[in-house]
Write a protein that binds this ligand. Structure first.
Ligand code: ZN
Length: 148
């Protein structure tokens, strides 16, 4: 295992142990629920939008280490960003974990910790769940999200 893999592993373990923004969000303007039945991950994402800016974000739910740490890192990454910026991050993240490995992850910062997930197809949905759920919240999709 390379030093970088080890660092990434540590980020995931640490965010699983003490997830950031793991809370019920008071005054949320958007919420969505996501479900990854393949693994048993369930998540609810709440967002407080001020105009076009994600002023605050929280998530609740249970799931595996990948889904939980991904949700934790996602909330940190998009807080304070505009909806359009968050959607761009989602697109870059999705390319990284499910693309052919040539995606440019330079804009992703700590989110690059999930680059290795690409090698484990069954875990890609775990890593993407929080992002799909955020996307649903931001686009105000009425239907619950499922990765199936
Ligand atoms: Zn999972």
């Amino acid at each position: 295992m390379s030093d970088l893999d080890e660092l990434y592993q540590q980020i995931i373990v640490e965010h699983n142990r003490s997830p950031r923004n793991f809370k019920k969000l008071e005054g949320a303007t958007r919420t969505a629920e996501g479900d990854n039945p393949l693994c048993g991950d369930r998540i609810a994402v709440s967002v407080k939008l001020a105009g076009d800016v994600i002023q605050d974000i929280g998530f609740e739910g249970k799931g595996c280490a990948i889904s939980k740490s991904s949700a934790s890192l996602m909330t940190g990454a998009v807080k304070g960003k505009t909806v359009a910026e968050a959607e761009r991050l989602f697109a870059a993240f999705r390319d990284m974990v499910s693309g052919d490995g040539t995606a440019d992850a330079s804009a992703l910062g700590k989110l690059a910790a999930f680059a290795g997930v690409r090698q484990f197809p069954s875990r890609i949905k775990c890593a993407n769940l929080a992002w799909h759920t955020l996307h649903a919240a931001l686009t105000a999709a009425a239907e619950p999200v499922t990765t199936e």
